[in-house]
Design a protein around this ligand. Structure first.
Ligand code: ATP
Ligand code: MG
Length: 350
């Protein structure tokens, strides 16, 4: 399909992220409905061409668990990527709409993500790098697919935003500067599953009143992180959040009432991870991810198979964390394969 800017008619805004925005468009010559992702990039023209070449891999991705791609083109200063439109949106927006989702649906999500990760790795040697509810999409046929995977190293480097690549779903080893591996995606899957099954992002509820425990370590920690991550943009943003946190801490100290309100806000039901992050600094969260025991899928309503699976995803040591192939052999994934849950009917309920 030869995509031209002028053949695409915008129908609606679908959302905005750190790296760009997404629109629902119609390709008028064929009547095809697509999702057009617009990414503002900061790169020389040789690099832009390289990015387009790298994006070609997306066309070659053929899996029922991966969003298909119609094509991409330059529309200075942006790159536009036209992909399959998923009419039920992403799991973060679904959770915002209906709150916690049925554990049987979460089970199917886990299965689709693992199959998608195996496909990307086996067929194309690609690591996703950005597993989170907003990158897992659903359509009214009951299909679950992954989008926004790291096909283009150059694109990742060129996105004109300092916070790209800094995600609250990041694994402890990534925070500490280790290279990406498929195991990091598995950690992100574990956090994603807790978030969608409980309707809230883990980690935010045990912020203590005893602020001095964290105090002076902040700037020091920001520095260490920046060193580990090397990129100057990261260094700036981490240093900035350390400062912001200090300011916040001082203002929070002033009023106990204020702190209680803050706690209430961060533990509120139905808030997405991203929303909650607004009331908590990145640095504070990074501390928790690295130092605290991993979160768990707690509660009687979750069966043992589900808890066992999530625990395995959230092994803090990547050497003890399984890859997608092994996780597909877990009991909970047998439940997914044997599932009689009618996902298509479920999509009609919201
Ligand atoms: P980030 O930029 O941090 O990755 P994000 O994933 O929320 O965050 P985008 O990738 O720009 O940001 O996507 C914005 C929103 O657009 C998503 O939350 C999703 O709801 C919607 N969206 C993205 N791709 C599609 C698609 N193919 N079909 C339907 N909706 C989509
Ligand atoms: Mg996305």
């Amino acid at each position: 399909l030869d995509l031209k800017k002028e053949d695409l008619n915008k129908l609606a805004d679908l959302g905005q992220g750190n790296g760009g925005s997404v629109e629902k468009v119609e390709h008028t010559p064929t009547g095809t409905i697509m999702a057009k992702k617009i990414v503002l990039i900061d790169a020389k023209s040789s690099v832009r061409k390289q990015i387009l070449r790298e994006l070609q891999i997306m066309h070659e991705c053929q899996s029922e668990y991966i969003i298909s791609c119609y094509g991409s083109f330059l529309a200075e200063p942006n790159i536009c990527i036209c992909m399959e439109y998923m009419n039920k949106g992403s799991f973060d927006s679904i959770c915002r709409k209906i709150g916690a989702i049925d554990i049987q649906v979460a089970c199917l999500v886990a299965h689709a993500v693992l199959e998608g990760l195996c496909y990307l790795y086996d067929a194309h040697r690609i690591i996703h790098r950005d597993i989170k509810p907003s990158n897992i999409l659903l359509n009214s046929d009951g299909q679950i697919k992954l989008c926004d995977f790291g096909v283009s190293g150059e694109l990742i480097n060129s996105i004109a935003n300092t916070f790209v690549g800094t995600s609250i779903y990041m694994s402890p080893e990534r925070i500490q500067g280790a290279e990406y591996s498929v195991k990091s995606d598995i950690w992100s899957l574990g956090i994603t599953l807790i978030e969608i099954a409980t309707g809230r992002f883990p980690f935010c509820d045990d912020l203590s009143d005893d602020e001095d425990n964290l105090s002076d370590l902040d700037e020091e920690y920001a520095q260490a992180l920046a060193e580990a991550n090397k990129t100057p943009t990261h260094r700036d943003s981490f240093a900035l959040s350390a400062k912001k946190k200090k300011d916040k801490r001082q203002s929070r100290r002033k009023s106990k009432g204020g702190l209680e309100q803050y706690m209430q806000k961060t533990t509120q039901q139905g808030m997405s991870g991203a929303d909650q992050l607004n009331s908590m600094s990145i640095i504070e969260l990074m501390h928790q991810i690295v130092r605290e025991p991993a979160p768990r899928l707690e509660g009687d309503k979750y069966d043992e198979e589900a808890q066992e699976f999530v625990d395995a995803c959230l092994a803090k040591n990547p050497d003890e964390r399984h890859g997608p192939k092994t996780l597909l052999e877990y009991r909970w994934m047998d439940d997914a394969r044997d599932s009689t849950f009618d996902l298509q009917a479920w999509t009609q309920t919201f």
